[in-house]
Design a protein around this ligand. Structure first.
Ligand code: TXA
Ligand code: MG
Length: 334
């Protein structure tokens, strides 16, 4: 399935397909989503099949307005309204207690539902023409790198999706921040572009970091984004501090390895046949290009991808979270 430029006519067709229970990939400000009618269990099952994702992993329902929260959630706390008013449309998903009529297929059998109003004109227009909620995980195969361009969706899911709406490159580039407000305390389930501090400033309370975020455990995964291997290239990838890169590259060259390097500040002293991609210095631009760069290096069938450790400050928290999950190895003394 070739991507189709997301003009009014294409969006109309996409909305019709959704209402017929079909799958439509569409752009959001974070990554491309694989969408289906969130009220249609058969359509939802198609998402899990297309992604190869286990059916107990819940999906986020995309809605077009804060007013739609009450169509999906029960006992909506003030904190949810505060966050939605402040950050929506935007890269924040909120977990709330679900209404009984929300299909368990969407929530992976849980009594909570993830909701988000995306900040992308195509996504918002699609939601408004369709008129309901759209369940949409990232439009990639399970445990692979999320797509930030329509062409990535075609590579990942080309034959299994009924339409791919092309709305250009996603502006944010990493998946939404997820906050769980279904219990007594607010918890951060997945870091993203909207930081913990920004959320705490609006809530005026501390945000607990979910246990599994601190110590990912495959047997207790509420959000698949928490699994230690996720967002991963197929090539072995290693996170390396700046001051060890020279040695590591020399060592690998001696072994005749083909090497990809996602560099932050490092400049190789000589050309050793490295496949070098220089990343932006600002966290926001780095995040925007991260997945496309990993995909690019992954497609070159190299022996190893080295990723230079970027700064570890708050602004880089979500990026470091994803890099940790994309890499199978880390330099031991780091
Ligand atoms: O930025 C995003 O959120 C993108 C775009 C397409 O909106 N979507 C996305 O979906 O990243 P997905 O399925 O790849 O990740 C959604 C995360 C998963 O880790 C899922 O487990 C979690 O949200 N989630 C959804 N509903 C949940 C629930 N009821 N309880 C806990 N986690 C939930
Ligand atoms: Mg995903």
């Amino acid at each position: 399935m070739k991507p189709i430029f997301a003009d009014d006519a294409a969006i109309k067709v996409a909305a019709k397909l959704l209402s017929q229970g079909r799958l439509v990939a569409f752009p959001t400000e974070t990554v491309y989503g694989l969408g289906a009618d969130a009220s249609n269990p058969i359509a939802i099952k198609r998402i899990f099949q297309a992604k190869g994702r286990p059916s107990d992993h819940p999906l986020i329902v995309h809605i077009s307005s804060i007013d739609n929260l009450s169509d999906w959630a029960l006992n909506i706390p003030d904190t949810a309204i505060k966050l939605a008013n402040h950050f929506w449309p935007g890269p924040l998903a909120i977990i709330l207690n679900k209404k009984p009529e929300v299909p368990l297929e969407v929530t992976g059998g849980q009594n909570t539902v993830g909701l988000r109003m995306p900040d992308h004109p195509v996504a918002l227009q699609l939601l408004s023409v369709f008129g309901g909620g759209i369940a949409a995980p990232s439009a990639n195969r399970f445990c692979r790198i999320s797509p930030t361009q329509a062409a990535h969706v075609e590579e990942e899911l080309g034959s299994t999706v009924d339409m791919i709406l092309d709305g250009g490159v996603c502006g944010v580039g990493v998946e939404s921040t997820i906050v769980d407000l279904s219990g007594d305390v607010a918890k951060l389930l997945r870091p993203g572009h909207i930081t913990r501090q920004e959320i705490e400033a609006v809530l005026q309370e501390e945000l607990r970091i979910a246990e599994s975020q601190v110590q990912p455990n495959l047997s207790d995964v509420r959000a698949p984004g928490m699994m230690s291997v996720h967002y991963a290239p197929l090539t072995v990838a290693m996170l390396c501090p700046y001051d060890r890169l020279d040695d590591i590259i020399k060592l690998l060259c001696l072994q005749n390895k083909t090497i990809g390097l996602l560099a932050y500040q490092y400049n190789p002293p000589e050309n050793r046949g490295l496949h070098l991609l220089c990343m932006p210095e600002q966290a926001e631009s780095y995040a925007q290009t991260l997945y496309a760069s990993l995909r690019d290096l992954d497609s070159r069938e190299l022996d190893i991808i080295l990723i230079e450790q970027p700064p570890e400050t708050q602004a880089w928290y979500a990026i470091n979270d994803r890099l940790g999950k994309a890499t199978t190895l880390a330099w031991p003394n780091h």
